[in-house]
Design a protein around this ligand. Structure first.
Ligand SMILES: Nc1nc2c(ncn2[C@@H]2O[C@H](COP(=O)(O)OP(=O)(O)OP(=O)(O)O)[C@@H](O)[C@H]2O)c(=O)[nH]1
Ligand SMILES: [Mg+2]
Length: 297
């Protein structure tokens, strides 16, 4: 770890790397700027940050202008945030809002009439400090893939997501959903030619669920591991773990922290999957879910 940057600065960097929206990236960059070392050695760093800030501001402005132009034809696309985006898909009145409320506590309208949710509703699920974005999509009906009920727009959000939860109380409901997804080019759990493969499971929102088990099941749809990082000599950061692909190594964590760290990485210590707490591991050590990693660079 270079000694000329502060712990707070490193935190701002990881905030920047985790930020999913341009606005969040900008906020993190501004934090980085205020914490960057003031001495002469930090000059290039500050220059680099300023350049990034200017670029982002430009991008955000551009997007705002485009959105303004589109006016009422505004897209219903949902910007990804957190370690993964999972959509809830179901027929009208199938319990999507009920499920989203149960998992995330987001107060969306649960109503006895169909199509009570007309726009995607976002809730963030906490998974041991990691945030998984759950998106309730407007209801799917038979014919959605042919254009009914804003189907194409809704299904395109599903296509862009990382995984899918089918909310269905019986096999017939499930079948309709699978067919509509299929017709719009999405296959579930098993690869089909020329179709986008998504991991998925089906759930009945009106049956009692074990929330802890459900959280695990949802997280496992993402094929990721949660990694906590720790600065030598300080406590692990449990608030902002990384979501990295399965089989990631200590080297991947270093790269995720900072692009230079991968080269500089000497070794790491790991708490969790190793035989001993804080065991020293090599650069290619394959990490497991919820490991704590301390990088020595
Ligand atoms: N079929 C069924 N409905 C129930 C059950 N328990 C509650 N409901 C009601 O089902 C209705 C629909 O729930 P929501 O969670 O709003 O369903 P939704 O899928 O979000 O509906 P839309 O957003 O309108 O597509 C609510 O009025 C619930 O109270 C149950 O066991 N079975
Ligand atoms: Mg709803």
């Amino acid at each position: 770890m270079p000694s000329n940057v502060s712990f707070e600065y490193e935190n701002a960097v990881s905030e920047y790397q985790q930020a999913a929206s341009p606005e969040a990236k900008l906020a993190a960059l501004q934090k980085m700027k205020s914490m960057a070392p003031g001495h002469k050695g930090g000059e290039n760093l500050r220059k680099d940050i300023n350049k990034k800030i200017a670029g982002l501001k430009k991008d955000i402005d551009k997007r705002k202008k485009i959105e303004k132009k589109k006016g009422s034809r505004e897209s219903i696309a949902v910007r990804k945030e957190g370690i993964g985006q999972i959509v809830l898909i179901g027929l009208p009145n199938s319990g999507k809002s009920t499920l989203l409320n149960f998992i995330t506590g987001v107060g969306t309208t649960v109503a006895p009439y169909p199509f009570s949710t007309k726009k995607p509703v976002v809730g963030m699920m906490d998974y041991f400090g990691g945030k998984v974005q759950l998106v309730e999509l407007p209801a799917i009906v038979e014919g959605s893939s042919d254009g009914k009920a804003d189907g194409p727009q809704v299904l395109s959000i599903a296509r862009n997501s990382d995984a899918i939860i089918l909310v269905a109380s019986d096999k017939n409901q499930e079948k309709v959903l699978v067919e509509e997804l299929n017709k719009s080019g999405i296959c579930l759990n098993k690869k089909q030619e020329k179709k986008e493969l998504k991991k998925s499971f089906t759930i009945n929102a009106f049956e009692e669920q074990d929330l802890e088990k459900l959280r695990e099941e949802i997280f496992s749809l993402l094929d990721k591991i949660l990694i906590y990082t720790k600065k030598p000599g300080s406590k692990a950061d449990y608030d902002m773990p990384f979501g990295l692909p399965l089989h990631s190594t200590t080297k991947d964590v270093a790269r995720h922290l900072h692009k230079d760290f991968e080269k500089k990485l000497k070794f790491a210590r790991v708490w969790g999957s190793t035989k001993f707490e804080g065991q020293r591991v090599s650069k290619d050590y394959e990490l497991k879910n919820k490991d704590i990693v301390e990088i020595f660079a």
